[in-house]
Write a protein that binds this ligand. Structure first.
Ligand code: F2R
Ligand code: MG
Ligand code: MG
Length: 313
């Protein structure tokens, strides 16, 4: 375990990495129409870089844990629904789930209204780094809590698998585990063929230290909105760029195209878990919407984590 000072810096790095990745990736997300639309929402009234649903749902999750000290699914469902704003760019199925919950429908019904098996989008994975902060000492418990937080909006097994893999990677990054060991663990924890194949390829690329282009990364690992098309991609990017700068990670990930805000957000949180807040450029932090609120949430999650660890020991 890292020293407490280092760990606190890594907590802030994880949450700020997630939010900054989201805000820096958002202008590059999707096709021409999405990029054009985002121009109207990309700045706050005070001129800061605005983040999207990825950060909003992570803030909701963090505030919900701090309030309840656990994942209270009914409480969290209402919190997600009450924060919903069209202009944050939520996924189409997720928007319907949250609107239904606002109208009083149980999340257990709402999460299967559009797709019988539930959504297989990456919406659960983009917020799972927050749970890695709290439950990194116990991977079984981490997977259980990620499943609970994900299934409120994303009941499909692939959405849950992607969320668990991203969460476990952040947890291993917080503990500075070796890159090849992490990607081997991701491969071991992958259940379905699609995740396994992409984890195997990432392992090969990382082992051989190959200089794969953004186009090849997108083509082989995916850059889409579905969990199976983005989670391993973000894990690969977070691992590949762990010893490079935050700006280099973002510059490369933007070039991968597709779901850029979420790829930058998930890989940004992995990068932040390795390198901490002190290594994130200050000018980017100063330019981020609600930066101090997010930093303070990360500090409060750290205090909660320390209380949990003290109870265990
Ligand atoms: N909404 C966006 N971006 C819009 C532009 C995306 C662009 N066209 C691109 O493809 O890159 N961003 C935000 O949404 C993503 C998180 O999505 P979430 O919460 O998972 O959304 P949703 O709606 O649940 O699922 C996403 C889409 O996946 C397909 N899908 C889901 N479940 C399915 C199923 N069981 N069967 C078939 N298809 C399924 C649908 O097309 C859903 O709309 C993040 O990128 C966030 O930034
Ligand atoms: Mg988004
Ligand atoms: Mg996205």
């Amino acid at each position: 375990m890292k020293s407490r000072t280092d760990l606190k810096d890594k907590f802030i790095g994880t949450f700020i990495g997630l939010s900054l990745g989201d805000a820096l990736g958002a202008p590059y997300e999707g096709g021409f129409i999405e990029r054009f639309l985002w121009k109207f929402f990309s700045k706050t009234p005070t001129g800061k870089m605005r983040w999207t649903d990825d950060t909003q749902m992570s803030i909701d999750l963090a505030e919900s844990i701090l309030k309840k000290n656990t994942i209270d699914q009914n409480y969290l469902a209402l919190k997600f629904a009450s924060s919903y704003k069209w202009s944050r760019g939520y996924g189409p199925a997720a928007s319907k789930v949250l609107k239904s919950i606002s109208k009083g429908v149980s999340w257990k019904v709402a999460n299967r209204q559009t797709y019988k098996e539930g959504s297989l989008g990456n919406g659960g994975a983009m917020r799972s780094p927050i749970l890695a902060l709290i439950y990194s000492q116990n991977h079984d418990l981490l997977a259980k809590e990620i499943t609970k937080a994900t299934q409120i909006t994303h009941a499909h097994p692939q959405a849950i698998e992607g969320a668990v893999l991203v969460g476990k990677t952040v947890s291993l990054a917080l503990n500075n585990i070796d890159t090849i060991r992490i990607i081997n663990m991701v491969l071991k924890y992958s259940n379905t063929e699609i995740f396994k194949k992409k984890a195997e390829l990432s392992l090969k690329w990382l082992e051989d230290n190959l200089d794969i282009s953004p186009k090849e990364v997108s083509k082989n690992l995916g850059n889409g909105i579905k969990a199976a098309d983005s989670c391993i991609t973000a894990i690969y990017l977070g691992l590949r760029f762990r010893s490079k700068s935050f700006n280099e990670l973002i510059k490369f990930t933007r070039k991968c195209g597709g779901d850029v805000d979420t790829l930058c957000s998930m890989s940004g949180s992995i990068w932040g878990a390795f390198n901490g807040f002190n290594n994130i450029p200050k000018e980017l932090f100063d330019d981020l919407e609600d930066a101090n609120r997010i930093k303070s949430l990360a500090c409060n999650l750290y205090k909660t984590k320390i209380q949990i660890l003290e109870k265990i020991n």
